[in-house]
Design a binder for this molecule. Sequence first.
Ligand code: 13P
Ligand code: SF4
Length: 357
Amino acid sequence: MAHDLGIVRRTGSAKAAPATRNPARHVPYTWTPELKAEMAPLFEKVKHVVTPMEWPYYAPYIKAINELKAQKNAVILAHNYMTPEIFHGVADFRGDSLQLAKEAARTDAKVIVQAGVHFMAETSKLLSPDKTVLIPDMRAGCSLAASITVEDVRMLREAHPGVPIVTYVNTSAAVKAECDITCTSSNAVKVVESLGAPRVLCIPDQYLAQWVQSQTKVEIIAWKGACEVHERFTGEELNKMRADDPGVKIIAHPECPQDVIAASDFTGSTSGMINWVKTNRPKKVVLVTECSMASNVAVEAPDVEFVRPCNLCPHMKRISLEGIYDSLVNMRYEVTVDPDVAERARRAVERMVNLKI
Ligand code: 13P
Ligand code: SF4
């Protein structure tokens, strides 16, 4: 696989082995034969993607976090891009942006720890305003969310009077508050068509907008944002992979550029991609998306060989077991949304969540 896309790239599980580190002193467990035996069933599940050197470091955190969740009536919502020790070790709910938003609205827990990025935590807060929403690292942002401001949306509204604005959930609550409805990668086409308008502004991801345009007769007006992970893939590298191995299946996220989508066998949200692998059981597949997802789905599809063009999202990778543990012990970092912004942003998110599509 000869290609260099510039972001952190490696094969195997998506995090450097912390073999020489000991769990932080405040974790109430150490690696003992008893803990090893207790955690053996979980290790059996993840052993293809978590090494035996990593496990003695992760296991005490996993046990401590799972106990803290029960004590604090907390749930962990984990995006599909979380590393496998988080995804399979401590998450209560796993999924794509839409599934996590729906779960945030539905959970009875008092505390939500968002194992994902800041806009996801804000969305959880919008849908569960009475709950405490925590994010383990406030720096977990998103290049798409950063690509558009409230002023930009107001300018677009003025430039295109009467044209509804659909915003990808990968935006701040303040931006959502300026828009008519949100969408995610799994429902973008249906959300756009639900509006019954001939033209729709689809912001901020230019590639998602282009993909929606290829699927609908509604005229789409795009913004120029992009995901720093997906925009680095190229159709050329995928075509080369296929030429080198004609049997390989290639599946891509719609945040990828159009030449990447054209070179792929399937395009869908992160959960759409996972379901495609589970249903089609290809012998060998390239997941054209964030790297950790291959490790997570490999746990459930051990018969499938994954080729990993390993682009990591630096924002998602700020979330770690250590951070989640700290978050639950110290109840930090709390995500809040200004009440006026929240009311308007909630309307846009709820309109999406309540769509019967
Ligand atoms: P989905 O999980 O909704 O497909 O989104 C991918 C993504 O980039 C989230 O940051
Ligand atoms: Fe944002 Fe892209 Fe990272 Fe998702 S993968 S959080 S869209 S930068």
